[in-house]
Design a protein around this ligand. Structure first.
Ligand SMILES: C[S@@+](CC[C@H](N)C(=O)[O-])C[C@H]1O[C@@H](n2cnc3c(N)ncnc32)[C@H](O)[C@@H]1O
Length: 396
């Protein structure tokens, strides 16, 4: 199984993974491509280019210009088991860079932004069970045609549900038409938002459609700095999921601005750029595939961690997490072991879909000062080419 994005092959002159390079440019050697026409800040041109790529250029993961997804960790065993039952054509056209599929989400309403051919939706449809629902949104009709093709047979033969609990909708993620305010419990997305020319609108819409207590749990490509405009807007770099990658701190600012006050990073994998010319073009910039968790808990998340003396105990009840549960890259709960937490963390485990799996004692009646979360791990503190990074959130 292969995935989208980075790890460009040495001397690569084939096709780009995540999209964008116009057909004429794709056949050219990378040297010429880097001198090619820029898309500028024309949002429609970016979307048209991405749509053209996914609709007409890519037919399977083997068409990818990139090496097999070096940024992807293998999915956990529970997800791997479910993936066995997902139709092969769907898996062949998976272009994600992570596994944004939390376990234990029975009954939730899930929305997948940029679902592509629907690999994650098919797994999510099983994870939420018959009482839950999954909606995949994508702007590319060819991708959706594959996603829709197997819904009935998969529902009847694999899930054995009376009727489908997943649907696929054509639309853009910058304007989620037909998705009502506060109508979703969990938003997932896999290697998509970097492709959007208007990321602020994507996050704003995600916040709008999430119900209070809802969560956005998604994987995408990020950069350790702001790229200069000529790199940001170049079709080839966009196509390689590099040009559109947000600087991590800008993403965190954007997330907070729209209401996701305390973004938490769960996992981060460095992305290798093997093509010498592309590596030369991006210079010292480093790219990461990161899975973030953004909770919508209106009025409850503070910009800094505060100490109210609250203690959280994880019950060991989430599937696949019998002994411990990682809320993020710096909160790992050992089952049944009391852990002192800040007010934000208490809310994340007590006022969201995680509630049945935690016992929180204490409330916010008494304030003991700022919560000491220790020194945040930062990108700059990682060794070059290190195995992981933790860009940090408001808390810790
Ligand atoms: C890299 S692929 C990932 C697809 C899928 N998430 C997966 O893991 O296979 C990106 C997908 O996002 C869709 N996409 C990109 N920009 C979009 C936008 N602004 N609105 C809706 N869909 C978009 C593309 O059509 C494509 O199917």
């Amino acid at each position: 199984m292969s995935g989208c994005c980075p790890g460009v092959q040495v001397g690569g002159a084939g096709k780009s993974c995540c999209p964008a390079a116009p057909k004429t440019a794709e056949a050219a050697p990378m040297g010429e491509l880097l001198q090619g026409q820029h898309l500028g800040s024309d949002h429609d041109a970016v979307k048209a280019s991405v749509q053209q790529y996914y609709g007409q250029e890519l037919h399977s993961s083997s068409d990818l210009k990139t090496a097999a997804c070096t940024s992807c960790k293998a999915p956990p065993p529970e997800i791997r088991a479910h993936l066995k039952d997902v139709p092969q054509e769907i898996k062949d056209r998976f272009y994600g860079c992570g596994t944004p599929l939390p376990l234990g989400i029975t009954g939730l309403r899930v929305l997948d932004l940029g679902c592509g051919t629907g690999r994650d939706c098919y797994v999510a449809a099983r994870l939420v069970g018959e009482s839950g629902s999954v909606t995949g949104v994508d702007m590319t009709p060819e991708q959706l045609a594959v996603a829709r093709k197997y819904v009935d047979s998969y529902t009847a033969q694999v899930l054995r549900y009376a009727k489908p609990n997943m649907r696929f909708v054509q639309g853009t993620i910058e304007k989620l038409e037909g998705i009502a305010d506060a109508s979703q419990d969990l938003i997932i997305s896999n290697c998509v938002i970097n492709l959007s020319p208007d990321k602020a609108s994507v996050l704003r819409e995600a916040y709008r459609v999430l119900a209070p207590g809802g969560e956005m749990y998604f994987s995408d490509v990020y950069c350790d700095r702001r790229l200069p405009k000529e790199l940001r807007t170049h079709p080839v770099l966009l196509g390689e999921c590099l040009g559109g990658a947000l600087y991590i701190n800008d993403f965190l600012r954007l997330a907070r601005e729209v209401g996701f006050t305390d973004p938490r990073s769960l996992e981060a994998e460095p992305i290798a750029i093997n093509d010498a010319e592309l590596a030369g073009a991006v210079g010292e910039a480093k790219f990461f595939s990161i899975t973030y968790r953004l909770f919508k808990i209106p009025g409850r998340l503070e910009t800094l961690c505060e100490d109210y003396g609250q203690v959280a105990v994880y019950k060991g009840t989430l599937p696949g997490h019998k002994h411990a549960y990682a809320l993020d890259d710096h909160h790992r709960f050992i089952a049944n072991k009391p852990m002192l937490v800040c007010g934000n963390t208490a809310s994340m485990v007590e006022e969201t879909w995680l509630k049945p799996h935690f016992i929180v004692t204490g409330n916010r009646d008494v304030h003991y000062g700022q919560f000491d979360c220790g020194t945040p791990v930062t990108l700059s503190s990682q060794p070059a080419g290190g195995a992981a990074c933790a860009p940090g959130g408001a808390c810790c």
